[in-house]
Design a protein around this ligand. Structure first.
Ligand code: DQA
Length: 143
């Protein structure tokens, strides 16, 4: 079964979006990193991005039925979405929250995550490497 890597709003703009904060990688670069790391760890990676909250809710439900775990960078929905919190609570597979930036070193409104209480753990601040760390975390708890 696959690992889902889910990406929320504005992450399609990585590479050109505030590179000083988020780094120069495009989302396609990060997908390639995740696919390669997944192969090493023995997982097929299903990598997706949407700017729409409901897509992310649907994909969390889908993963709950078909995947072994989820790594999610929910973008700004991290800080606002009770719907994502509830969707994560509704499934049994482990979910790891991740962020490129160290959200705790940034604006106050990024310090609170609505999904953190529903996930297994949180990784932030390591740029594109946060994705690799999240895959390793999932690998260590799903095997
Ligand atoms: C982010 C941090 C969020 O606060 C922000 O809204 C994003 C990206 C990150 O990866 O650092 O869109 O999730």
């Amino acid at each position: 079964s696959p690992l889902f890597v889910l990406n929320g709003p504005n992450l399609n703009a990585l590479g050109k979006r505030e590179p000083g904060i988020y780094g120069g990688h495009t989302l396609a670069d990060i997908e390639a990193l995740c696919t390669a790391e997944g192969e090493k760890l023995g997982f097929a990676v299903d990598f997706r991005q949407s700017n729409h909250e409901g897509d992310l809710v649907d994909w969390i439900h889908e993963a709950g039925d078909t995947a072994v775990g989820i790594a999610i960078n929910a973008g700004a929905y991290t800080h606002t979405s009770i719907a994502l919190h509830d969707a994560i609570r509704a499934i049994k597979i482990p979910v790891v929250e991740l962020h490129l930036s160290n959200v705790h070193a940034r604006e106050e409104f990024r310090h609170k995550s609505m999904i953190a209480p529903a996930v297994k753990g949180v990784i932030c601040g390591f740029g594109a490497h946060s994705y690799i760390l999240a895959l390793h975390a999932l690998s260590s708890i799903t095997k």
